[in-house]
Design a protein around this ligand. Structure first.
Ligand code: SF4
Length: 458
């Protein structure tokens, strides 16, 4: 057997793609190895969302150069968003790379690796291609949670984002192909699926006949064995009342939503080409909170977007206070090649970005901690997913609202089980609880407990 070492950067879509690549190459007798020095093939699945992510890849390639010098037969390949966006720079800065291919070419990875071995020169495959549903999984011992790509690409063209350039236009997989994948996962024992798409709540518009994410969630709800359904990443522009009601009404749909805001300033939102205002965003949040009481909300924010004044930044802080996010990801703006915002003249100095970021994180941490504290005393349903990171004698699980909870498992084997715990303590980023002698840690059904109860509102 040949050995494959996979290095994955970036988002869950990349993790998903890496799994598929491992599955496809596994069929061609490539065994995964954790040790890069043992590998015959090293693939770096890359991210281009920020400059820092790209620099990490170049620095890793610099380290891999010595392995290639020792073993000239070693094949090194780059896949993912950087492959699509930076092929020229890759070949210039890392000439020992043998293969560069974008996500549309993943289905042909075996053929491309063979070509790279045969031709002994850089093989480039970064054209647009047809959408292919890849469902091959690498056999994993911890079969519990799986990602399922439901659509790819994005039509939105936010002025800071490379996704429309690297992943192409929005294209949805058919409900039938997704259902087949989920049924296969359920047969293998998976209990939670997360639907992935760069703009996941635009799902189905491009299909004939058109459909939507709410309809997909309803259909996947009927798959026996799968107990929880999540999805990411949503765009406020495509968030419909129908989808919000599905979060309330479909038993297995989890009560949490990641809804990127990016900025709280209308002026900056317009420059970003986000397609909504803060008033519209707040109206959506009000509808979410009213329809799905106890819903957990998270978001993405950019600080220091070109032209962002102190006043614009304070508008973002104000939104964080008003919405009361459970968690958020905040980043300093980083100009990306070929995006309009990279050419904006009024770039913000790095020192201002750093200062704003640390203030924003301070506010977010305070609010997140308050939200956690409010859960003390409540009973929540957990899907047990492993050992506590801090104390391996304890078990750990996630609530439906996606909070991590550590608890004493009382020596029971509970991995993969749904259990109820009473929250006893709130830490900044996790909770502690005690097992509640469960009358009903049973799988959800339409006759099951009301959703507010599952989300800890009792
Ligand atoms: S909606 Fe998201 S993926 Fe699409 S262009 Fe905007 S930031 Fe990028």
């Amino acid at each position: 057997m040949a050995k494959l070492h996979l290095i994955t950067y970036g988002c869950q879509m990349n993790e998903y793609d890496s799994e598929r690549v491992a599955g496809l190459l596994g069929n061609l007798q490539y065994d995964l190895t954790d040790r890069e020095e043992d590998a015959d093939l090293i693939l770096l699945n890359t991210c281009a969302i920020r400059e820092k992510a790209e620099e990490k890849v170049f620095s890793r390639l610099g380290q891999l150069r010595r392995l290639k010098a020792k073993n000239p037969n070693l094949v090194i390949g780059i896949m993912g968003c950087m492959a699509q966006l930076q092929q020229g720079a890759i070949l210039e800065r890392a000439p020992m790379v043998d293969l560069v291919f974008g996500s549309p070419a993943i289905a042909r990875v075996g053929e491309l690796v063979e070509r790279a071995k045969r031709e002994r020169g850089p093989v480039l495959e970064t054209r647009e291609g047809p959408l292919t549903k890849l469902t091959g999984n690498v056999p994993r011992p911890d079969r519990l949670k799986a990602f399922v790509t439901v659509m790819e690409g994005c039509d939105k063209f936010c002025t800071f984002c490379v996704v429309p350039l690297t992943r192409g236009r929005e294209r949805s997989h058919t409900p039938e192909s997704i259902l087949a994948e989920v049924r296969g996962l359920a047969e293998q024992g998976y209990r939670e699926v997360t639907f992935l798409g760069q703009n996941v709540n635009a799902y189905g518009k491009d299909l004939a006949p058109p459909t939507d994410l709410a309809a997909l969630i309803e259909r996947v709800n009927d798959v026996e064995g799968v107990e929880r359904i999540r999805f990411t990443t949503s765009n406020p522009v495509n968030l419909t009342s129908r989808l919000i009601r599905a979060l309330r009404d479909v038993p297995k749909a989890c009560e949490s939503l990641h809804l990127p805001l990016q900025s709280g300033s209308d002026r900056i939102l317009a420059r970003m080409n986000r397609g909504y205002t803060r008033a519209r965003y707040l109206a959506l949040i009000a509808e979410l909170k009213e329809t799905v009481p106890g819903i957990a909300l998270s978001t993405d924010l950019i600080v220091g977007f070109p032209g962002e004044s102190e006043e614009d930044f304070e508008a973002t802080v104000d939104m964080v206070e008003q919405v009361g996010y459970d968690s958020l990801f905040a980043f300093r703006y980083s100009p990306r090649p070929r995006t309009p915002a990279a050419g904006f003249a009024d770039q913000v100095p790095e020192a201002d970005k750093a200062r704003r970021l640390s203030r924003l994180l301070e506010v977010a941490n305070r609010i997140g901690a308050q939200r956690n504290l409010a859960l003390v005393g409540r009973v929540m349903e957990l899907l047990v997913d492993g050992l506590s990171k801090k104390d391996p004698r304890e078990l750990s699980g996630r609530t439906r609202c996606n909070r991590a909870v550590n608890f004493d498992g009382q020596g029971r084997r509970l991995y993969g089980e749904l259990v109820n715990v009473r929250i006893t303590q709130a830490m900044p980023h996790s909770l502690r609880g005690t097992l509640v002698p469960a009358e009903a840690p049973a799988p959800l059904s339409s006759e099951g407990p009301p959703k507010e109860a599952l989300c800890g509102l009792r």
